[in-house]
Ligand binder design. Structure first.
Ligand code: SF4
Ligand code: SF4
Length: 375
């Protein structure tokens, strides 16, 4: 889960770059501006051809905004499908087809960092679908937690101007894609900006919207898990066979560390709720327990793999590095960003990652993705 307008937003950043076509573009890692761009002429990435993310401000991007921040349009200015098929979107897609990947982050995109982009000649001819296959709704930052990496004040929009404007954007997106029954394959990801049940907008949607008329409408859930109780699980029964994937954010392997990082959460409740979700795992394609690495938790990387492998053996374990969402001041971010070469504990961090990588290779750790933790 990611953004908020008071603090954590892909649009509050310290480093900006002026682009001829896209104007001011906000960069999450300054190394992207200084390092020579990699080209991948024989590779392919399907993201910009299938994926649309809508941010709290209604801005549309074609990948995670930390990795590819260029905005292709704003839903307040017109039809989402026009934006999806528009010139700016196609300029980005062209950089995939010509192999330049010139808008992609060399340092934060996991596919680039880990060299896992597929060969272009091994994939079917790229084509643009009428609708995005995956739509990430990160419109409402409301969440009952107060993680310092994400925000400095609690955010909850339940009435008033901000609530109304976010609800208008949310309803427009739903109306544009789900006003009449169809068979298109569309997966919605809720809620990348806040929490699916911490937001009144997405909570009400889950309780009140009946997805039955869209047989190929699927749901990917991003949650901190603490509100995912049996009561709420039962209440969203219409969605049970629609849920495709779960991403549950832990960011710790112990209660002590969890309490520092996921302020307002509850470790015991999280584990209880995860056990409930896990009993239904046969229904999902993917259940992922996620861990964003920073200086407060990097030593728990191995313990986290062991915890999930032991408690939830069929679940995936996903890591990624903390990025600057604007909620910390510059020096705090540098202190947290243990993955940066200039961090005093970077060597120890790298050794831990290397140990985990070796255990994955040896088959001792199962179902682990090291994401963009680097080589
Ligand atoms: S940043 Fe990475 S995932 Fe996103 S479009 Fe570029 S290569 Fe694909
Ligand atoms: S759980 Fe934490 S990181 Fe996620 S939206 Fe809430 S405050 Fe932000």
């Amino acid at each position: 889960m990611s953004t908020n307008s008071n603090a954590r937003s892909p649009y509050i950043a310290r480093i900006t770059h002026q682009d001829e076509v896209f104007g001011k573009v906000l960069i999450k890692n300054e190394l992207d501006l200084t390092q020579e761009k990699h080209r991948f002429p024989d590779k392919y990435c399907d993201r910009p051809f299938e994926y649309l993310e809508i941010t709290p401000a209604g801005e549309c991007v074609l990948c995670c905004p930390a990795w590819l921040p260029n905005v292709i349009g704003n839903v307040n200015e017109g039809s989402i499908l026009d934006i999806w098929n528009g010139e700016r979107a196609n300029i980005i897609r062209q950089t995939i087809l010509d192999g330049s990947y010139s808008y992609c982050s060399n340092t934060l995109c996991p596919a680039i960092v880990n060299d896992t982009l597929p060969d272009i000649d091994k994939i079917p001819q790229p084509y643009l679908k009428k609708y995005p296959k995956v739509i990430v709704l990160g419109i409402d930052e409301s969440c009952n937690l107060l993680c310092p990496s994400c925000r400095s004040t609690r955010i909850s929009y339940a009435s008033g101007e901000k609530y109304n404007s976010k609800k208008t954007i949310f309803d427009r997106v739903i109306a544009e894609f789900f006003s009449a029954p169809h068979n298109e394959e569309i997966t919605i990801i809720l809620n990348s900006a806040g929490d699916i049940f911490g937001s009144k907008i997405t909570r009400d949607f889950m309780f009140d919207f009946d997805p039955t008329p869209w047989p190929n409408f699927k749901l990917n859930i991003m949650t901190h898990g603490v509100l995912f109780t049996k009561k709420y699980w039962d209440r969203i029964h219409l969605w049970h066979n629609k849920i495709n994937t779960f991403n549950i954010s832990f960011d710790a392997a112990t209660e002590e560390t969890y309490d520092k990082i996921r302020v307002g959460g509850d470790w015991t409740t999280l584990l209880e709720n995860c056990r409930l979700i896990y009993t239904n795992i046969d229904q999902y394609k993917f259940l992922s327990m996620d861990f964003v690495v920073q200086d407060l938790n990097y030593k728990e990387i191995p313990a986290f793999v062991e915890l999930i492998n032991r408690e939830f053996p069929l679940a995936k374990v996903m890591f990624k590095v903390v990025v600057d969402w604007g909620s910390w001041d510059n020096s705090t971010f540098k202190q947290r960003a243990v993955w940066r070469e200039d961090h005093p504990n970077n060597l120890e961090y790298k050794q831990i990652v290397e140990t985990v990588r070796n255990k994955i290779k040896a088959g001792e750790y199962k179902n682990v993705s090291l994401g963009n933790l680097g080589n």
